[in-house]
Design a protein around this ligand. Structure first.
Ligand code: AMP
Ligand code: MG
Length: 424
């Protein structure tokens, strides 16, 4: 297959479009609601009941007729939650009722126990001046047959409550993309080791694994490949056999020891771009490998989910080469890889963005790229830039509350300008 290489610097929007339009949906499986947290719903969920399923008391009190509120009321029965009322309420009657119990026929309000007093045995009086009805009406939240959750939604704790309420105990969810992570660099040692004078610790692989996990995908860290074609190739070959996506960190630029692009090409990865006009993150590579079926057939066994529940296995592997500097890796994952991984599961990822005023003017000289800068939220409600030494300065991202973008062509953003802050 011929590689269609676009060796130009793409603007970010074009690169984003290429990445997002390449995404393929993975299959689906059913998981119990006790394991569904953060999975992506694969189909709409429909309620099999009205919610509430009956007119329900919102208070502990007395169910009665509003027309009788000025009168003394006789208590005709007690209705605990979970039990059907035995009688209907007539003139000047009431039923003692508990929160969550069925409101009896004839009653149109529940007076709170706190606003009543006993006047005689089994007789009460309303001591308040006004009252709400304190009745949750049948089907006021949801009607039987309503769609309660939409496909594509991330299942959060509150969604799990809804799933349980409508009896959807095994929702259909998207399979999680499996993402292989390969760090490259002769200078790298694993974090457990003390680096020598010319080494650094491999932080990217762990950062990326955390980002992948945070994006509800399954990360496998393959460790460090030395800066040789052979080392990268053998780790890459393993990565593509076992994953839907492979992320390589480092080795993507044009240095003598940068072999990632070459290895990708030699493995028939169709590179769709090799540079993006983003700072940090320019030498970002994206490509697709259409695998032969005998290679792919190994995948369902490797996947953690049971093979019989796997529908529609994917036949391409998507490859990202991210520049090695940790802030570049972090930001390019956030901007490109994360929305892509979510799209593979049917979720339309949108970052959390706040619009806030800049406390003081920021400027730059070179304007050929979108620059992403870390900022903090100030107590005065504005944002301020923080000390940032560039693409290796990962600590600055720890301090930051968000990132702002100085778009290509812009050399200055003036104090007081409202800018979009992307939360990280
Ligand atoms: P490269 O993209 O390979 O040219 O690397 C750019 C910079 O990022 C160099 O200073 C590398 O030492 C550093 N770097 C590369 N890979 C990693 C990694 N896995 N963890 C931390 N820093 C890295
Ligand atoms: Mg390197």
């Amino acid at each position: 297959m011929k590689n269609s290489v676009k060796n130009t610097v793409l603007n970010f929007d074009d690169a984003f479009e290429i990445v997002m339009s390449s995404a393929r949906r993975l299959g689906t499986e059913r998981v119990g609601i006790d394991r569904a947290l953060n999975r992506i719903l694969a189909e709409d969920v429909i309620s099999d009941i009205d919610i509430p399923p009956f007119n329900k008391s919102a208070m502990d009190g007395f169910a009665c007729r509003r027309a009788d509120l000025a009168n003394e009321l006789s208590i005709i029965e007690t209705i605990p939650a979970g039990y059907a009322p035995g009688k209907s309420i007539g003139t000047n009657q009431c039923a003692k009722i508990m929160t969550g119990a069925v409101v009896p026929e004839g009653a149109d309000c529940v007076i709170m126990v706190e606003y009543t007093e006993n006047t005689a045995e089994n007789r009460i009086r309303f001591t308040g001046s006004t009252t709400n009805n304190n009745i949750c009406l049948r089907a006021e939240d949801t009607k039987k047959g309503d769609v309660v959750l939409r496909a594509g939604e991330i299942i959060k704790a509150e969604h799990i409550a809804v799933l349980a309420t409508v009896g959807c105990i095994k929702p259909s969810v998207a399979l999680q993309p499996r993402v292989g992570i390969i760090a490259t660099g002769d200078e790298l040692v694993e974090p457990s080791r003390k680096p020598t004078a010319c080494q650094i610790r491999n932080s990217n692989a762990f950062q990326l694994a955390a980002q992948v996990t945070g994006a509800n995908a399954i990360a496998t860290n393959y460790g460090i490949a030395a800066d040789t074609k052979e080392a990268i190739d053998s780790m890459f070959k393993k990565g593509i056999r076992q994953n839907d996506v492979v992320i390589l960190s480092g080795g993507v630029s044009v240095g003598d020891c940068d072999f990632v692009r070459e290895v990708l090409k030699e493995n028939n990865v169709r590179l769709l771009f090799e540079k993006v006009a983003v700072k940090p993150g320019r030498p970002t590579v994206f490509g697709i490998l259409n695998q032969k079926s005998e290679v792919r057939s190994q995948k369902p066994e490797i996947r953690s989910q049971k093979p019989e529940s796997v529908v529609c296995p994917l036949s391409s592997v998507f490859c990202f080469g991210l520049p090695g500097n940790p802030a570049s890796t972090f930001i390019m994952f956030e901007l490109l890889v994360k929305p892509f991984l979510y799209k593979m599961t049917g979720h339309d990822f949108k970052p959390v963005v706040s619009h806030m005023q800049l406390e003081s003017t920021i400027t730059r000289k070179k304007t050929k790229r979108d620059s992403w800068l870390p900022v903090i939220f100030k107590e005065n409600g504005k944002i301020a830039s923080i000390e940032y030494h560039g693409s290796a300065h990962i600590n600055a991202l720890c301090e930051a509350d968000g990132l702002i973008c100085m778009p290509t062509g812009v050399a200055e953003i003036k104090e007081g300008t409202t800018v979009a802050v992307r939360q990280i």
